[in-house]
Design a protein around this ligand. Sequence first.
Ligand code: HEC
Ligand SMILES: [Cu+2]
Length: 265
Amino acid sequence: MFVWGSLLYFRIYTPPANAMNIYVVGKQWMWKVEHPGGQHEINALHVPTGRPIQLTIISQDVFHSFSIPAFRVKREAIPGRFTSVWFQATMPGTYHLFCTQYCGTNHSQMIGDVVVMTPDDYKKWLRESTSGESLAQDGERLFASLSCNACHNTRPDARGPNLANVYNSQLTLTSGLAITADDAFLREAILNPSQHITQGYAPIMPTYQGQISEEGVIALVEYIKNLNSDYRIQQTLNTTDIVPENEGKAAPTTPAPAGQKEVKP
Ligand code: HEC
Ligand SMILES: [Cu+2]
């Protein structure tokens, strides 16, 4: 049971490299969804079939839990910390989306629809729902307006590290700890810089705790991730030129979790 369980555990916690990143913010009492292309939705999540989807989830107030029972997907939405879950939808249709953690008076209204579309329909939906500015562009503007670029730039005398390619890289902290700069780390690095100083740098970065909304942090994180060319290429592929379904299946991904074939009656 242990070996069987651990294999599944690692599969659930390791999203495939070609996963599409979508951000989810829970708040009393709704789910806000942010797509990298700048599309926003409330109590709805549109995804294509045949493509691993990685959700990065956070709450901006109390504990919630993001659940798509038909996909066997359920992850806590925790204030102050990114959590993540991935899945791959196999059949177009509309599925229930629930908050499964009692979160106050209108908890029972914290519901929505997951709309699974064919890649072509999804591409069409992305085009029609775009707000004109991608999440990364939004983040780039914030990066300048908060003067992050005063320290993080490409000048040789820059006081902060160059953030290009920092995403998913291994960093060594002054404590000697090695850490992977994933989404959760980037968020922490912006809001609690003094907690993990990167080796070779002075602890001069101010904290931005309380000054940036959760959506703002997500935009900044997406911008920093986009400075990494691998991520940027994958993201462009995901949002503009989705590979046909059978090609997506041939990609070296782990099989979709069982139970994804249920359709809402
Ligand atoms: C006063 C200069 C300064 C400003 C302003 C500043 N930073 Fe930093 N930042 C640093 C320094 C120095 C480090 C490395 C030491 C550390 O980890 O705190 C760092 C580290 C980071 C890291 C971790 C990556 C790494 O290689 O260590 C991220 C991510 C980051 N900053 C993002 C931001 C963002 C986003 C902003 C604006 C909201 C910002 N910084 C504003 C100086 C600054
Ligand atoms: Cu809730």
